[in-house]
Design a protein around this ligand. Sequence first.
Ligand SMILES: [Zn+2]
Length: 123
Amino acid sequence: MLGRGLAKRCAVCGRGHLFDGWFTMKPRCPGCGYRFEREEGFFLGAVVVNLAVAEALMAILCIVPVIYLSATRPDAAIWPVLVGGLLAAVMAPIAFYPFSRTVWVAFELMLRPAATSEPSDAR
Ligand SMILES: [Zn+2]
């Protein structure tokens, strides 16, 4: 189920094309009709997923190399690493945005499976 989310596919049926653009997710799956936003504020979890990925990338690409460079070669220039980290901090949340939403839908479905009586499933 999480793999479907990572592939930007519906966690329920596996169908793709869930977005009308990079930032606009369809309210329902075109394949199975599953409504993605289960409750108001549902996608706040996707923001947390996106932030966690961006922070992890920032740590890997910037913080760890700066610490390593400072420890091994204190006279080396660290600005290229800092610029790379800054670019990653800006670009990663944009690039990962749709994936964060589908990953969050899958993660939430794993933790709280959809009930047939769920109000969000009513058409
Ligand atoms: Zn579906």
